[in-house]
Design a protein around this ligand. Structure first.
Ligand code: IVH
Length: 668
């Protein structure tokens, strides 16, 4: 008996830890299947031994995505989840169970399991009236305003024959291309990256600003209709009809009549899914007939008429060679695993992210360990487990997080509540110094042509740059005498530096590299305070009074200007002639808000004509072009934007903005 109690307690502790890794750190260390197996074992033990009941057990927790700031709404029909299977054998067992229970012919709808965040849409008389997240399954957040910005979700249904009241359920997704672009931008802005498109989609849906949601390029597939007067008694047919009403229904949906059909579907999509523009994590099989669904009914948590088959996460086994530690511009130290190169879904993997000290500790990593690497929904592969049975006397030491900065030797610090370690030597640690200079010259900041990161490092090593203000002291002769650089590049670099003196104040504010002050925040600050003196002297209250500026940003801005050396840096930039106030011209309205942005106009508009929008784009420093390409920054989309353009935009990850978004962008 004691033994069982211990097992229950151990499982609870381990599952809590894995929940934390998954939901908080976004860095699971075991596979979904291992997690599900452990959970199933715990459930079984708790059922058999009710005397060990604990209200805090992980089995009592129903995954909830409810957050502050949204109104909560009760679901008319609860949002259930599906039973998971991982092998063809389990799918066969499902099929046989259904066959035995029904004892009559049946068809199964096979569809992809989209890996996003689920949503329930309510339509009344053909109009979208409410969109609610899953929440705890019983009640969720009302995110209607945000969902209305998703262009693949119809606000008004087409055609006819829809019930006066019904719900459509589906998955809100962020296409891979959009996800990758978003993360590139976040990296540039020093914001934490999203681990996968699923987190990015659910994070986006929870933004308190629908305009920001609109700019994120979300998509949605619908896969389930609920209501009293549905058009037919068959799920598959209802979905085809819903497509006619304007819903995005996956073309991959098929009807299966035999177990063989189902296996073929699995075999095909196991591979073909890799070419899809959105993330999928499995296949869902549903009994097609609604009356048969009713006959089969539900268990406490999930329908008996449907099952999910989860794709095997692609993983590879390889040896851990060493762990290196990289220091970024903010001083954050990132551990990276160096691996014996291995093939994984078509690419060679040599390195994997280890995230932070907790993850390393959780894996109990040793140098020389055989480790599992997975790509799953992430761009950077990660280590998900260690084959401990492969350890020998040759296996090396346990990997420990370093205590000192690998570059400058300063003891690292870990701030309360943060997972990362930092090198606090921001004035003397080389990668932090060069990182800040690189940020200063980057395209969205001072946009200095001709200097890349290698050149910055070279200048730094040669003692030509101590911080970005030294750029303005560089002499052509100093540059031309350096290896790899001749007279011509010296002239170019000097010209680029000189041109940067014309860069408007808001981009100078961004170039300073104040923590949490990205491009948009810098713009807001510049336009609110108009010059550097006013910005430096702004009180916390005044900062908080600026649109979109909260406490985190305000205190970071205050802390930056409180440092004497930062004030010194600003003084030197000012002496060099860098713009420290909004120019008269800009104050008067000839603005560069769109600074070189390439914008395509599509559809019809209600507030201004197309020609007016074209003129506005040009007046604000943007460029209007006719067709969407990889260079396009935004599509200004009105009603009835062409589907070809929409598809191309999604494929290329181009931001789609509405009239209102656009007008916001060019106004104060
Ligand atoms: S059907 C009662 N179909 O997977 C059945 N779900 O664990 C309701 N999902 O919460 C779900 N693709 O977020 C269904 N084609 C699909 C799906 C799908 C993704 C998600 C959904 C659900 C979870 C099931």
């Amino acid at each position: 008996m004691e033994q069982i109690k211990t097992e229950i307690e151990t499982l609870r502790k381990q599952l809590d830890e894995h929940n934390y890794n998954y939901y908080v750190l976004n860095a699971p260390v075991i596979s979904d299947k291992e997690f599900d197996d452990m959970m199933a074992r715990l459930q079984k033990l708790e059922e058999e031994h009710p005397e060990y009941y604990d209200a805090g057990s992980p089995t009592q927790r129903v995954g909830s995505d409810i957050s502050d700031g949204f109104v909560q709404v009760e679901h008319r029909y609860p949002m259930l989840s599906l039973g998971n299977t991982y092998t063809e054998g389990e799918v066969k067992a499902f099929y046989e169970r259904v066959a035995a229970l029904l004892a009559e012919p049946f068809a199964i709808t096979a569809e992809l399991k989209f890996d996003g965040t689920s949503i329930s849409l309510t339509y009344e008389n053909g109009l979208l009236v409410r969109a609610v997240t899953r929440g705890d399954g019983t009640r969720g957040d009302d995110v209607t305003a945000n969902v209305k910005t998703i262009r693949s979700i119809p606000l008004k249904l087409r055609g006819s024959g829809y019930p006066s009241y019904f719900e459509m359920r589906g998955e809100v997704l962020m296409p891979w291309s959009v996800f990758e672009k978003l993360n590139r931008e976040r990296e540039e802005q020093e914001e934490p990256l999203f681990a996968n498109p699923r987190n990015a989609a659910s994070g986006t849906l929870k933004l308190q600003n629908p305009a920001a949601v609109a700019a994120r390029g979300l998509d949605a597939y619908l896969y389930y209709m609920l209501g009293e007067n549905l058009p037919t008694g068959n799920h598959y047919e209802n979905m085809q009809i819903a497509r006619g009403w304007g819903f995005k229904i996956s073309e991959a949906m098929r009807q299966c009549h035999t177990l063989d059909d189902m296996m073929r579907y699995i075999a095909y999509w196991d591979d073909a899914r890799k070419n899809l523009p959105v993330a999928t994590d499995g296949i869902v099989f549903k009994v097609s007939s609604l009356s048969q669904q009713r006959q089969l009914g539900y268990t406490a948590k999930s329908p008996r008429w449907a099952i999910a088959y989860k794709f095997q996460a692609e993983r590879a086994l390889t040896r851990l060679d060493s762990v290196s530690f990289q220091v970024g511009r903010t001083g954050a130290v990132t551990p990276v695993a160096n691996l014996v190169p291995v093939q994984l879904s078509g690419t060679t993997v040599k390195r994997a992210s280890l995230h932070n000290a907790d993850i390393i500790e959780g894996l109990d990593l040793h140098i020389g360990d055989m480790v599992y690497v997975e790509k799953g929904g992430e761009i950077i592969p990660k280590i998900t487990g260690v084959d401990k049975t492969a350890r020998t006397s040759q296996t090396g030491e346990k990997v420990r997080f370093i205590k000192e900065c690998p570059v400058c030797g300063t003891p690292l610090v870990r701030y309360e509540g943060e997972a990362a370690h930092y090198c606090p030597n921001d004035t003397g640690c080389p990668p932090q110094i060069t990182g800040k200079i690189e940020h200063f010259i980057s395209r969205k900041a001072m946009d200095i042509d001709g200097i890349g990161s290698e050149t910055v490092e070279l200048f730094y090593r040669k003692g030509l740059l101590g911080d970005a203000s030294d750029l303005y002291k560089l002499q052509p002769g100093q540059i031309a005498s350096l290896e790899r650089l001749g007279d011509k590049s010296a002239t170019n670099i000097i010209a680029g530096i000189k041109a940067s003196l014309q860069v408007p104040f808001e981009r100078v504010v961004y170039a300073l590299g104040i923590r949490f002050v990205g491009e948009t925040v810098a713009k807001k600050l510049a336009f609110a305070f108009k010059n550097i003196e006013a910005l430096v002297n702004a009180t916390e209250e005044e900062l908080l009074g600026v649109d979109e500026i909260g406490e985190k940003i305000a205190s970071s801005v205050m802390a930056y200007f409180a440092e004497e050396r930062n004030m010194d840096f600003i003084r030197r930039l000012k002496e060099a002639g860098v713009q420290m106030s909004l120019s008269e011209e800009r104050l008067q309205g000839v603005k560069d808000r769109l600074h070189g942005a390439i914008i395509v106009i599509s559809g019809t508009f209600s507030k201004h004509s197309r020609d007016e929008y074209k003129a506005m784009i040009e007046n604000f420093g943007g460029k209007n072009t006719g067709s969407v390409s990889a260079k396009t920054d935004y599509i200004l989309a009105g009603e009835n934007m062409g589907p070809a353009k929409l598809e191309k935009a999604n494929k290329l990850g181009v931001k789609i903005i509405s009239e209102d978004d656009f007008l916001n962008m060019i106004s104060d």
